[in-house]
Design a protein around this ligand. Structure first.
Ligand SMILES: *[C@@H]1O[C@H](CO)[C@@H](O)[C@H](O)[C@H]1NC(C)=O
Ligand SMILES: *[C@@H]1O[C@H](CO)[C@@H](O)[C@H](O)[C@H]1NC(C)=O
Ligand SMILES: *[C@@H]1O[C@H](CO)[C@@H](O)[C@H](O)[C@H]1NC(C)=O
Ligand SMILES: *[C@@H]1O[C@H](CO)[C@@H](O)[C@H](O)[C@H]1NC(C)=O
Ligand SMILES: *[C@@H]1O[C@H](CO)[C@@H](O)[C@H](O)[C@H]1NC(C)=O
Ligand SMILES: *[C@@H]1O[C@H](CO)[C@@H](O)[C@H](O)[C@H]1NC(C)=O
Ligand SMILES: *[C@@H]1O[C@H](CO)[C@@H](O)[C@H](O)[C@H]1NC(C)=O
Ligand SMILES: *[C@@H]1O[C@H](CO)[C@@H](O)[C@H](O)[C@H]1NC(C)=O
Ligand SMILES: *[C@@H]1O[C@H](CO)[C@@H](O)[C@H](O)[C@H]1NC(C)=O
Length: 753
């Protein structure tokens, strides 16, 4: 065989590498304990961290024994008792050693060879670092191989060949087979033998090369050069990296035995190495030191090392951590890679911000106060209006007259707002100079008409209240019932019974409706109206004059029963005074001509107006019509002239004419005529009128002037209807309703529609 059998010389019998130490020792401060107390932690340049040590007490086991030979200068450290020199021990789990290289040189003079073949046997826990080292062969007629053992007793072999024909072919720095080849090694190599061979005893490359070399080397520490063919002959050792770990079990297994568990320090952890058996220890993040020693892991002051913190301005160290801070006048997270420190706004800005915030707050408070005050003012106003509108007086009067307190109520504004859906426009059922009438629904299901009247002359409040009381006292089936009022509003609100079938005026003058208004019905309505007026005029203590009797003020309910309404102009006439001086009030066409001339108000004015209504019922004609000749514009005039000329039947309404008994009609016309007498004194009183009409209804004839009969009927009339009627038991009665010259205070009840 054309190759040289190389004998192996075990220069390194056993490399026992045990150990541990933490990574970058250089980062560890010099005063930081890395070895056990009273232990030598240095050998020349080399730091020796526990579990390595130079004396038996100082290392963890024999495998970590380091010999320090101080005959060298500087002193040199060796593994165990071997000749393997240790140059660096890292707590990350690596040991750097200087390893002998194998060489095979051939002497052409003697044709003899000189060679060595080193082998490396590591202790069980130690492995050749497979990433940092490369198996390298150098030479121009050389091949080398390693046969080694992996953990678990598995064999492995690998190798490479380095050839060249001329030294010029070799390339500086390139180890690709030309004079130099490299091959990676697998994991878990703990024992290797290197073998070197040549094919032709270097005879073909004699001129420039007669040696070959093979070695493990830390790849980064070796660069091929053509000169290596010769100069490596004088180099005995090259650096190599060996991995170390503690024990041969896993972390979990090791942790079972507290006393043998190597990670002694708090803030340390155990981890499994990439390569080989056993476990290693490391300090937790934020700590540094020797995790194999008690209290070996100590807080890293990141703030001292700009590489460890990214604080822009200030760094605050905490145990195991740190945080960034910003100096006064700045804010932010203080980190260079994030927000950093931002200059805070100036005091002026802060002041401005504060002030504006304050202003906003003040505004809010002011707003709230305003609303609250408004609310209170509204409440106060209600109170004031209540008093202004005579609420106290009314209350007092009502409380004095318990009997009527159930018929007249004082409503609150809120109640009526609710009843009318806050005075919604859809609820308006009437509008006019008098004000607005709303339909309303009370909570007890009563339907009412709510009258929002015109402003009230404050000086007339007392009269107003009296009017209200009068109205509340009228309890007649043919009078629209007054239910109560609300005095909390600026303008008093009046509440009436709701009458649903329109006014007599409509029923007479609307052709469609008039057809259904038979003569009998007309007479009935006339009688009912006459009775109401008679009732008012003969009220026990103080007669009441309606003053505005007209067909539009007579409402009809669903049974076409008359309901007299609108007592706004009504006046009380004290008993001892038969007539009052007052401003003319009433509706043109119905107005008593005598009253117009004298301003003297008597019951007879109502009689005249009733007469006009009666004529209206008879003829169905309008009370005032500009379509008629001037003389006949007023219905009363027309009627009187017709009567004079005995042409009554020419102007009667068709239905009336058809249905009515001529004699009866004539009689009724006579009653009307008597009511329309120019002189009030010559008109009959309402009682007489009512009686006469009732008599006619029954087909009887009651000639005028039989006073005895009148009294009889009078008595009947007063009975019942007058019960619970007006009864002013106090001294007010004489003054109530006195119309002063200014007095045109109205309670304008247009009607409960
Ligand atoms: C060891 O120390 C010497 C001087 O004391 C220095 O020249 C040398 O480079 C150092 N060696 C290592 C590996 O640090
Ligand atoms: C130190 O090294 C020298 C020279 O190689 C050797 O003679 C000596 O025995 C060594 N000392 C120890 C303690 O190993
Ligand atoms: C190292 O060598 C010395 C002397 O040669 C010997 O006494 C010692 O036991 C050896 N130590 C080990 C661990 O083999
Ligand atoms: C080999 O022999 C030659 C001459 O014969 C001599 O010059 C050379 O030095 C010798 N080489 C060695 C290594 O002895
Ligand atoms: C490994 O090699 C050794 C000798 O080099 C041999 O004795 C052993 O049987 C081999 N083991 C395996 C599993 O091949
Ligand atoms: C190389 O040298 C050895 C003796 O040292 C010899 O036995 C062998 O034949 C030589 N091989 C060649 C190819 O010359
Ligand atoms: C681990 O070490 C113990 C004792 O040191 C030994 O008995 C055991 O076989 C080892 N295990 C492995 C997998 O090497
Ligand atoms: C734990 O380790 C100690 C020291 O290595 C040893 O003496 C002891 O027997 C171990 N205990 C167990 C339960 O393995
Ligand atoms: C080999 O050593 C390097 C440092 O030189 C280290 O980073 C790497 O992790 C080691 N490889 C293994 C498998 O432990």
């Amino acid at each position: 065989m054309g190759f040289l059998q190389i004998q192996f010389i075990n220069l390194l019998a056993i490399l026992v590498i045990i150990a541990s130490s933490k990574s970058s020792l250089s980062a560890t401060p010099p005063n930081f304990p890395i070895a056990k107390p009273n232990c030598n932690d240095r050998c020349g340049n080399l730091s020796i961290p526990y579990p390595f040590g130079t004396t038996p007490d100082c290392y963890q086991s024999d495998s970590f024994f380091i010999t320090c030979n101080d005959t060298f200068n500087p002193p040199q450290a060796f593994w165990d008792n071997s000749s393997i020199e240790v140059t660096d021990i890292s707590l990350d789990g690596q040991v750097k050693v200087l390893q002998f290289i194998g060489q095979d040189c051939y002497n052409q003079n003697t044709t003899s060879a000189s060679y060595n073949d080193p082998s490396i046997h590591l202790a069980t826990y130690f492995t050749v670092n497979n990433t940092a080292n490369k198996f390298t062969v150098i030479g121009c007629d050389t091949y080398g191989y390693i046969s080694g053992q992996l953990l678990h007793d598995r064999n492995y072999t690998t190798g490479c060949t380095a050839m060249c024909n001329a030294k010029d072919d070799l390339i500086e720095g390139s180890c690709t087979g030309l004079g130099c080849c490299q091959t990676p090694i697998p994991k878990q190599v703990w024992s290797v033998e290197l073998s070197l061979y040549s094919y032709e005893n270097y005879s073909n490359v004699w001129s420039f090369d007669n040696c070959g070399y093979a070695f493990f080397v830390e790849e980064s520490a070796f660069t091929f050069s053509p000169e290596n063919l010769n100069n490596l002959r004088n180099v005995k050792k090259l650096p190599m990296v060996v991995d170390w770990a503690i024990g041969n079990g896993t972390c979990e297994e090791a942790q079972l035995n507290e006393s043998s568990y190597a990670c002694k320090s708090v803030n340390s952890r155990c981890y499994k190495p990439d390569n080989g058996y056993g476990y290693r220890c490391s300090c937790l993040e934020g700590y540094q030191g020797n995790p194999y020693l008690n209290d070996g892991c100590q807080d890293v002051n990141e703030c001292e090392d700009p590489k460890l913190n990214n604080c822009e301005k200030r760094c605050v160290n905490t145990i195991g951590d740190f945080h960034c801070a910003c100096p006064k006048g700045y804010h932010g997270d203080g980190r260079k890679d994030k927000q950093g420190c931002i200059r805070s706004e100036s005091l002026a800005f802060k002041l401005a911000a504060g002030i504006s915030l304050g202003i906003i707050l003040l505004l809010l408070i002011a707003c709230w106060l305003h609303l609250e005050l408004k609310r209170r003012r509204q409440m106060k106003m209600r109170q004031v209006f209540f008093c202004q509108n005579g609420g106290m007086l009314l209350q007092e009067k009502i409380s004095r007259r318990e009997r009527s307190s159930d018929t007249t109520a004082i409503f609150s504004e809120f109640e009526l707002q609710k009843a009318t859906n806050n005075f919604d426009n859809n609820m308006i059922i009437g509008k006019g100079g008098f004000g607005i009438v709303y339909k309303g629904f009370l909570p007890d299901n009563r339907i009412v008409a709510i009258k929002k009247s015109k402003e009230v002359d404050l000086n007339q409040i007392e009269q107003f209240i009296n009017e209200v009381i009068i109205l509340s006292q009228i309890n007649h089936r043919n009078v629209v019932r007054f239910l109560g009022c609300c005095l909390e509003t600026q303008v008093p609100l009046l509440v009436y019974e709701f009458i649903n079938n329109g006014t007599l005026f409509e029923h007479i003058h609307n052709k469609a409706k008039a057809r259904f208004l038979s003569w009998e019905l007309r007479l009935k309505i006339a009688i009912e109206t006459a009775n109401v007026l008679a009732y008012l005029h003969s009220a026990a203590s103080t007669p009441i004059i309606h003053r505005d009797v007209k067909s539009a003020n007579v409402l009809l309910d669903h049974t076409l029963t008359a309901k007299v309404s609108d007592f706004g102009a009504s006046r009380l006439v004290p008993l001892d005074q038969t007539q009052l001086s007052t401003l003319v009030h009433g509706t043109l066409g119905y107005l008593d001509p005598e009253y117009m001339l004298t301003n003297q108000l008597t019951e007879k004015s109502d009689v005249y107006s009733f007469g006009v209504v009666l004529v209206e019922l008879l003829t169905g004609k309008e009370v005032l019509s500009f379509n008629r000749p001037e003389r006949d514009r007023s219905l009363a005039n027309l009627f009187l002239s017709v009567m004079k000329e005995d042409r009554l039947f020419e102007i009667l309404e068709e239905n009336v004419m058809r249905e009515g008994n001529k004699k009866q009609l004539m009689k009724v016309a006579m009653v009307a005529k008597s009511c329309l007498h120019v002189k009030g004194d010559e008109r009959p009183c309402m009682k007489e009128v009512a009686m006469e009409l009732e008599g006619l209804m029954l087909g009887e004839k009651h000639p005028w002037g039989q006073t005895g009969h009148n009294e009889e009927v009078n008595g009947l009339l007063l009975e019942g209807e007058f019960s619970g009627a007006i009864n002013f038991g106090d001294d007010n009665s004489t003054s109530i309703g006195f119309d002063s010259v200014k007095d045109h205070f109205m309670l304008p009840i247009r009607g409960g529609r």
